[in-house]
Design a protein around this ligand. Sequence first.
Ligand code: SIN
Length: 481
Amino acid sequence: METNNLIKTEAYVNGEWVSAGSGKTFDVINPATGELIASVPDMDRDDVRYAIDAANDAWPAYRELTANQRALLLKKWYALILENKEELAILMTKECGKVLQESLGEAEYGASFVEWFAEEAKRTYGDVIPATSNDKRIVVIKQSIGVVAALTPWNFPLAMITRKVAPALAAGSPVVVKPPSETPLTGLAIASLAEKAGFPRGVYNTVTTTDNSGVGKEFCENRKVRKLSFTGSTAVGKILMNQCSSTLKKLSLELGGNAPFIVFEDADIDEAVKGAITSKFRNSGQTCVCVNRFLAHDKIYDEFVQKLSRAVAALNVGNGLDKNIQIGPLISKKGLDKVQLHVKDAVDKGAEIRQGGKPMEGLFFEPTVLANATKEMIIANEEIFGPVAAVFRFNTEEEAIKIANDTECGLASYFYSKDVSRCWRVAEALECGMVGINEGLISTAVAPFGGVKESGIGREGSKYGMDYFMEIKYICFGGIK
Ligand code: SIN
């Protein structure tokens, strides 16, 4: 199957497919092969300002649609994404390197946010509050926030767009999406499906650029943008937050993690290894909720490391479009260099390579297990974003919790134990937004995704997700006789 029907080489602004005002373009490269996939417009701040204006002009009419009308548009978009999921999956694998099976999973995962928020559109209930005197009535309504700008990452080229855009559209807010320069084609492909679904002119816009900082600044400082939603690194999240202060813009941030995965002495080790593979090696270790630090109890440390190493040795590395591949390339040379640096640093400080450990041809890195990891190593504090499992040792539950929480981040945590009391104790003690107990894959549209501490602000998905795209208005109705 080919992806030609869905490959768009223009940006989608105000209901039209357009080039950059300057005529400039940039290339999109397949990280597995180094081949050129296509070139797309390299837009500047003026182009983006025009898209924001178009979205803002479309807002009054769009917010007047009934919730049911907006839900129907989202349902059509949902159906179109699913109808095209195989093509979308191939495109994602070509752009970001994730293996085809995972890309197919992402198409379904991404679509599930659209379905979920189509349903939630009809449930944005307000409140009636008992008034303080008989001549008054107090009512609370929820209204769409206005133009939403979405800055999305390359590791989930589809799902991170729908997770932001679907609740915005459901709430009555037009959107301007800026997919990353590594993976703009999936973003443009789903924009073309949104066009087919019939969203009114100007409601759905997608701009492409390599000028991340300039366009980011425009999103932050433009008063017509009422809400910015970003998924990416903590460092960039801090810059955006700073820039948003000039307009006091509402902000949702899904930032970096440093997820611990604790294996207690009472855990089912085989299950823990299965969970470890899922959670560490998804998208070649390039997700914010991927495990960064395995903590294994001293009593089961050797068994866990041995079984994990055996499972990791069985992972096949290659082009994600080929059969029976579990690990694709890293997204860039910079990503590969970082993985190499973390491994070298760990080994220099006493870690033992039990599996893998070396770069391969191109942007590939051997799936790796490092034993005897310690807190002095870079990997203890920084997200590696690659297929490397570093295993730390602990002796008590208190010590495990202390190590797990000893980070500025607090996105996801995982642990394996068969002791029910311990499960409650540890889940409550972990400083993070999401916990997987005896489970390595926790992402779903129905549950709130987000972090504490420097992992971000806000939650995406779930019944909580809509609130971040709506404003609450209190209405006091007086003079009632
Ligand atoms: C992310 O890595 O940012 C998202 C991961 C997910 O949704 O599971």
